[in-house]
Design a protein around this ligand. Structure first.
Ligand SMILES: [Zn+2]
Length: 349
């Protein structure tokens, strides 16, 4: 087999995400241009026009073009007609992909809904739904991170916010009296009005965090959050919290806990502390605060967003290109109503 054939054969075995990395690495022009995008979509989603987007049959034929020049395909087996972006979160939105590209740039710049809506000439409502559709598609990327080396972990807390559940809802009943805006919650301690978010960050700055429950951290929720994320070869570094001991035992991870006073531990000439995770907490808090009251039901999405930006050390153009590739190649349809209907404390498993 020639070298080229070997490369082609290997390429066919790659996952969608790896194909995107491969494609964007090879392509000199990682700018999100429409010409480049159509090729990319046809290549990654429908295997050069040889695979049906719905049933994966290979009996696919070209079926004319749309007014805007987009190639249409027809599957001879399931008889369905499709275009390269069908069955993605961008299908059915009637907006050009260049608007989505512009939108991703705004997300990468951490812009608010109002700023984004203005820049992309879309409504604030559309901007809101797009944000959550994109984060639905990108969740998989952050869920697959693997933290290794010295991994610092600690939980942080956010006030529960039932924002976005009241209007037009017959089912939703406020579980407590509303807090006036700007008033902090007075009840002391880790009450049921605090969302517990275990966070971890490794030596390369790769981070992971997830809202898991209300109130104090537990070993069950740590195992649930970190079980598949922290490599067994990692050295986990935490404060004196007991729940981390159970996690470390359960997952066979080496654990070093800081002294409750000094918060720094020396072992074999290596200093272990939890400064990196403390820094991560303040970055995350700062990010969430930009949006003036994130609803608890969407908190996980905002954490994913924060981590995507901070986990990627690439330049912004490459970053957007990768994000775009990921959201377009995912076979995922999310309706606006699915996003609004999410329960207020959906994250609790
Ligand atoms: Zn088909």
């Amino acid at each position: 087999m020639s070298k080229l054939m070997e490369v082609f054969a290997a390429y066919k075995d790659l996952s969608f995400t790896d194909r995107i990395v491969f494609y964007t690495t090879l392509s000199n022009n990682v700018n999100v241009h429409e010409d480049n995008l159509q090729d990319f979509l046809i290549e990654t989603r429908i295997n050069d026009g040889n695979t049906c987007i719905y049933c994966e049959s290979s009996h696919v034929v070209k079926n004319g073009k749309r007014k805007d020049g987009t190639q249409r395909f027809l599957c001879r087996d399931c008889k369905r007609s499709f275009i390269p972006r069908s069955c993605s979160i961008t299908s059915g939105t009637r907006k050009d992909l260049s608007v989505w590209a512009q939108y991703l740039k705004c997300m990468s710049d951490k812009k608010t809904l109002k700023e984004t809506a203005e820049e992309c000439s879309i409504s604030v409502t559309t901007a809101f739904y797009w944000r959550h559709k994109i984060l639905d598609a990108l969740k998989e990327v952050t869920d697959r991170v693997c933290l290794d080396g010295i991994v610092e972990a600690d939980e942080t807390f956010f006030n529960v916010s039932y924002k976005g559940n009241h209007k037009k809802s017959r089912q939703f009943k406020m579980p407590r009296k509303a807090h006036k805006r700007g008033n902090d919650i007075h009840r002391k301690g880790l009450s049921s009005e605090k969302v517990c978010v275990p966070c971890a960050v490794d030596v390369d700055g790769i981070s992971f965090a997830r809202p898991v429950k209300l109130g104090k951290v537990s070993s069950e929720c740590l195992i649930e959050a970190f079980g598949r994320i922290i490599s067994p070869s990692a050295i986990l570094c935490t404060d004196n919290e007991k729940a981390y001991r159970t996690l470390a035992r359960n997952n066979d991870i080496r654990l070093i806990q800081t002294d409750s006073d000094k918060r720094i531990i020396q072992q074999n000439d290596i200093t272990y502390d939890i400064q990196r995770i403390n820094a991560y907490h303040s970055i995350l808090k700062g990010f969430i605060n930009r949006f003036h009251g994130v609803s608890t039901k969407h908190l996980e999405h905002y954490i994913i967003w924060n981590n995507l930006i901070s986990n990627n050390r690439r330049n912004q153009k490459e970053n957007i290109s990768l994000m775009f590739g990921q959201i377009l190649s995912r076979r995922l349809t999310v309706h606006n109503s699915d996003i609004s209907a999410r329960p207020p404390l959906a994250f609790i498993t």
